[in-house]
Design a protein around this ligand. Structure first.
Ligand code: ADP
Length: 450
């Protein structure tokens, strides 16, 4: 096992990793920018190192500063959390060159899945169904037009290096293709430094369903069921739940086993999520994330498995502690991502939290790093915290969620809590009848909650 883990992240995920380390008896090192001196992860870690000024590129993405922090503190492993350097293959390689373990997959798998065109090709070869589309770069405008005709309209332009919904464009007919190509390319270039685009058939009303996996790097891999993340805004997840209201046990076993088999074939190492769109009973692979995800607690609540603990154990060479048969699903869990944003315009609302009261009680979990008097800095994402609620059934879970949301107080900044209060009372949500465009349609229709 590792002796000391440096957590190369901030906010709730830094705290989440720190908790797992404490339970495993591993010493922790927090790193922070000058904007995060008073952050909770810094206060609770055994040691902390300031790695730079507020902008992420100068601190949380500053590889030389992180290496120096490892050297000064003698950390033998780095947990990257999500975002920042978590899917940076070069970072994983540089750490290895300095004899520091990267708690994550091998660089070649990060690189493979980071290129969404290569990832789709690999998925297809591994027997995973993919969204029909172009097999490679779109090339010239004439070639793009030809490929688009082959796939048919409406279609989706996507960036090979994509993430966070950037570089994506819906194209409903051919007259829109060239301008969409230009704007998607420009967005991809500025966001990722790579303007390679591909195209996909646009699925009209699918759900987003993703499978959680864990591999030992030696050909052993299990799946931990699915999360339904269909409630999205601008292709960003807002509400996640498990099990999916759209799957039964057989469908879950089928797709879970297809994915686990593929992970065994590539000898996947660590935690990962294989994302699908699901329409008319069929799954279509869109991408794989080679890191722990924001919504991992949904899976933890329905399996009673601490994913970060397992992730650390596997990274340390401890192998899988569980067989597929030992993974049992019970009850239902829902996660709400509560952001410091105006619930109508979604404009970020950084500032000081003057009153904070998180909900509690049976089946209620809050993963957050904020506290009474905490000042949310303007430099990073606007996540205040995640409310995760568990119940024996989906209806018990919804009942508990409503109660927990009503109890949650965050004063001083605007938050998206009113949106979740409204969603938990919407008939389609209560019935589990929603798809990836449902939330945007709801927001347009309802004029938004107060
Ligand atoms: P990113 O890596 O930028 O998050 P993804 O490929 O994971 O992009 O897609 C993000 C979201 O965009 C999906 O969850 C879905 O809502 C929507 N989406 C992606 N591909 C398609 C498609 N072919 N048809 C319809 N919606 C899509």
């Amino acid at each position: 096992m590792f002796d000391k883990i440096l957590i190369a992240n901030r906010g709730e995920i830094a705290l989440r990793v720190l908790r797992a380390c404490k339970e495993l008896g591993i010493a922790t090192v927090a790193v922070h920018s000058t904007a995060d001196e008073d952050a909770m992860h810094v206060r609770l870690a055994d040691e902390s190192v300031c790695i730079g000024p507020p902008p992420a590129k100068d601190s949380y993405l500053n590889i030389p500063a992180l290496l120096a922090a490892c050297e000064i503190t003698g950390a033998d492993a780095v947990h990257p959390g999500y975002g920042f350097l978590s899917e940076n293959a070069r970072f994983a390689e540089i750490l290895a060159e300095h004899n520091v373990h990267f708690i994550g997959p091998r660089p070649e798998h990060i690189r493979l899945m980071g290129d969404k065109i290569a990832a789709k090709r690999a998925a297809k070869e591994l027997g995973i169904p993919v969204v029909p589309g172009s097999d490679g770069d779109l090339g010239s405008e004439a070639q793009a037009r030809r490929l688009a005709r082959e796939v048919g309209y409406p279609l989706m332009l996507k960036a090979a290096a994509g993430g966070g919904g950037r570089g994506m464009r819906l194209v409903t007919e051919e007259t829109e293709l060239l301008s969409a190509l230009a704007s998607a390319r420009a967005e991809a270039k500025s966001a990722f430094g790579d303007d390679t685009l591909y195209l996909e058939k646009y699925l009209k009303r699918p759900r987003h369903i993703e499978i959680q996996v864990l591999g030992d790097g030696k050909g052993g891999a299990i799946h931990l069921g699915e999360r339904d993340c269909s409630l999205q805004r601008r292709h960003q997840k807002v509400w996640e739940e498990g099990p999916s209201p759209a799957l039964n046990a057989d469908a879950r076993d089928d797709i879970g086993e297809t994915v686990a088999k593929a992970m065994r074939a590539i000898k996947y190492f660590g935690v990962g999520t294989v994302e699908f769109l699901h329409e008319d009973g069929k799954f279509y692979f869109i991408e794989m994330n080679t890191r722990i995800q924001v919504e991992h607690p949904v899976t933890e609540m329905i399996t009673d498995i601490d994913l970060i603990l397992e992730q650390i154990r596997v990274a340390a060479g401890g192998g899988l502690q569980l067989t597929q048969d030992e993974v049992k699903f019970h009850g239902h869990a829902i996660e709400c991502r509560i952001n410091a944003e105006n619930p109508v315009s979604f404009r970020p609302s950084p500032g000081k939290i003057v009153h904070y009261h998180p909900p509690g009680g049976l089946g209620v979990r809050v993963d957050s790093a904020v506290y009474h008097g905490y000042v949310i800095p303007p430099y990073y994402d606007s996540l205040v915290g995640k409310l995760i609620v568990h119940g024996k059934t989906r209806s018990e879970c919804l009942m508990r969620l409503k109660r927990a949301l009503d109890e949650f107080i965050v004063d001083g900044v605007e938050t998206t809590l009113p949106l979740f209060r409204a969603l938990a009372r919407e008939k389609d949500v209560i019935d589990g009848q929603y798809h990836i465009h449902w939330l945007e349609e709801f927001l347009a229709r309802s004029g938004l909650p107060e």
